[in-house]
Design a protein around this ligand. Structure first.
Ligand SMILES: Cc1ncc(C[n+]2csc(CCOP(=O)(O)OP(=O)(O)O)c2C)c(N)n1
Length: 638
């Protein structure tokens, strides 16, 4: 079903069409755009609150700036639905995040208006600064570069690295700080408190009003506007009691805070800021979920609620008659509490994903032992390392894709010192609709090559619990447990905790001639394949290897002696992954066995359901069965 846009929105094929409208019409466009987002997301799902919160900002930015010549970069990009809709993708918007459809994030290949591909946070200022410096170098002095970054994303170290550089680069850069006091969960940390202070500070509000009073007149001052504005601004500042401003200390001109929902004021302010060269920051106050009452009220749930009834606000959930398996993340969350109750050394750490990782269960039960450290993966890792030096056992839960940010810290701060930090990598393997920026494809390969690191993956909920229990034992050293997004397979998952010997696999079934070796929950596909083949009289082996490092060498010796053909299956990249580890073992021990590796090829795999993507990469049940048959059939041919 294609949703019809409102009357004015329907006429906007590109931002140039916006620029002919008057202020009243802009207001109407905002209303229609907000409604269009509500209509679409309620039916097709996706991120919600963030885009609603920046409707006015989006319209004002495209109205005031000459996009795409002026370069507009959205941090993370989950708030860019309005941007997509105004930049020629309205009629395709119903395909957002669907297989072969629009990406849920800005993407350079998708549109010239998407100046930079995003998905991970805190990159926008660096990217915009790079573009601004390039423009300066090329003499394109009329070109504007705008980074729109949320207060949550501003907590990421990269954002500060970029501010530090931009302050002295003297390039033409505007940072729009979209301050809604929220990350996915409520924003945390001292910066959040600082932003609240600055918003309520009398001195600053006074300064702001006076500066804006002057800026309001800039356009009337003609060609000398910049000069006059800078003179007046410094005079006002000098006359006011000096109060330190973080951004001004970093040599940014700070403007605001402004009401990010006042389209008229925003367009005027942005137009004026175009005339002010150098690095500047506009502090906008917005409400996440603006215009949809429930989303304004419960901003975490409405960050990405799934499909819902746009009238009643009821979020649709599939109803089942029988108990369903839990999500892996919930098994993690509940098991954390259970383990921490038994062992006072256990702590929990998450970089800004309390609800996404379900560490919020422990944060509620034991607030002094579970920490949300902000969007700060590097810090989360080294903070955990610090805890571990003091004999504590931190469980640092980071999505596989975001762990890429903290890699040096894993090597340098944790593994070289052989510290007992447990890395629980959620969303390992294909993330699904979020697409390539969020797929957790590389962790087996990037963790496996670091000395001291154990790399494990549970095949089901009970195994996840046992691996967590094992990792919490004394002197385990660095320990990775990876598990995917979504549901497990065991409705009765609260099994007794058992220690597993590190580096041991499990026989699921013995067979003849050919065996499948799996790593992680993907092994459940192999179970299905074995059942299906058994029905036609083909008995193959299946082993759940559990550890990609250390490998169960004893078991592998047996396997390579017993079988002529081996298939490895993993939900991770083929280069350097689990299958590669098995091949290394085979070569090192001079076995001559036919091995076929199934996993993610060396390519950017776009968004789609996990099953669809497994299918495309040939390791869904159908693909695994086909490979088994091909290998058996080939041997018959020979
Ligand atoms: C490096 C990284 N870590 C975590 C995330 C997950 N994430 C996506 S949006 C978001 C919150 C962003 O908050 P903010 O920038 O304030 O934007 P808002 O949603 O409030 O508009 C987080 C933590 C991410 N995208 N990238």
């Amino acid at each position: 079903m294609i949703i019809q846009p409102g009357e004015l929105l329907a006429q906007i094929q590109a931002p140039a069409d916006l620029r002919h409208l008057n202020q009243e019409q802009l207001l109407q466009v905002c209303q229609e755009l907000r409604q269009f987002i509500i209509d679409n997301v309620s039916i097709y799902g996706g991120h919600f609150g963030a885009s609603l919160g920046v409707v006015e900002l989006t319209v004002a930015l495209h109205y005031a700036f000459n996009t795409p010549y002026d370069q507009l970069i959205w941090d993370v990009g989950h708030q860019a639905y309005g941007h997509k809709i105004l930049t020629g993708r309205r009629d395709l918007f119903h395909t957002n995040r669907k297989y072969n459809g629009l990406s849920g994030f800005p993407k350079r290949k998708e549109s010239p208006f998407d100046a930079f591909g995003v998905g991970h946070s805190s990159t926008s200022i660096s990217a915009a600064l790079g573009m601004a410096v390039a423009s300066q170098y090329k003499g394109e002095n009329d070109r504007q570069h705008i980074a729109v970054i949320g207060d949550g994303s501003m907590t990421g170290g990269m954002a500060f690295e970029a501010l530090n550089h931009a302050g002295v680069a003297n390039a033409n850069l505007l940072v729009v700080l979209n301050d809604n006091c929220m990350s996915i969960d409520p924003n945390v940390g001292a910066l959040k408190e600082y932003l609240t202070d600055i918003t309520t500070s009398r001195t600053y509000n006074k300064l702001r009003d006076e500066v804006w009073g002057v800026l309001g007149k800039i356009s009337k001052f003609g060609p000398n506007a910049q000069y006059i504005a800078s003179k007046v601004e410094s005079a006002i500042k000098a006359s006011l009691l000096k109060q330190s401003n973080l951004f001004e200390s970093l040599k940014f001109r700070y403007f605001g805070p402004v009401d990010g929902h006042d389209i008229h004021h925003l367009t005027a302010v942005l137009k004026d800021l175009k005339n002010i060269p150098g690095p500047k920051i506009l502090h906008c106050l917005t409400v996440k979920g603006k215009g949809f009452a429930l989303a304004e009220k419960d901003q975490t749930i409405w960050h990405a609620p799934g499909t819902f009834d746009k009238i009643t606000g009821e979020i649709y959930r599939v109803q089942y008659d029988t108990p369903q398996p839990p999500k892996y993340q919930d098994v993690f969350g509940h098991t954390m509490v259970e383990l921490a109750q038994q062992n006072s050394k256990i702590m929990g750490v998450t970089p800004a994903m309390p609800s996404g990782s379900s560490l919020n269960i422990m944060m509620a039960a034991m607030p002094h032992r579970a920490f949300d450290v902000g969007i700060a993966e590097q810090h989360a890792v080294t903070f955990s390392a610090g805890l571990a030096t003091q004999g504590l056992i931190p469980f640092c839960n980071i999505y596989s894709t975001f762990m890429q940010r903290g890699y040096d810290q894993v090597v340098h701060d944790v593994c070289l010192q052989d510290l007992n930090v447990v890395f629980c990598l959620d969303r390992a393997g294909f993330a699904g609709d979020d697409g390539p920026t969020h797929h957790g494809n590389y962790d087996i390969a990037y963790m496996r090559c670091i000395p001291n690191m154990v790399v494990s993956a549970p095949m089901n909920e009970s195994e996840l619990r046992n691996l967590m229990y094992t990792a919490s034992q004394p002197d385990m050293g660095p320990f990775t447990i990876r598990y995917p997004r979504g549901q497990g397979v065991m409705p009765e998952w609260r099994t007794p905790l058992q220690q597993i010997e590190v580096g041991t696999g499990r026989v699921i079934q013995e067979g003849e001639e050919l065996t499948i070796l799996t790593f992680g929950p993907i092994g459940n596909y192999a179970v299905e394949v074995c059942k299906s083949l058994k029905k036609v009289g083909i008995e193959i082996g299946h082993y759940d290897m559990r550890f990609a490092k250390p490998l169960d060498e004893k078991l592998l010796h047996q396997i390579f002696q017993q079988y002529d053909k081996v298939i490895t299956v993993e939900d991770g990249c083929l280069q350097g992954g689990f299958g590669s580890a098995v091949l290394e073992f085979m070569v090192d021990h001079q076995y001559h066995v036919q091995v076929k590796r199934l996993g993610i090829p060396d390519a950017v795999i776009e968004h789609g359901s996990q099953l669809q993507l497994h299918h495309d990469c040939g390791y869904d049940p159908e693909g695994i069965e086909r490979t088994v048959r091909e290998m058996i059939f080939q041997s018959v041919q020979v």
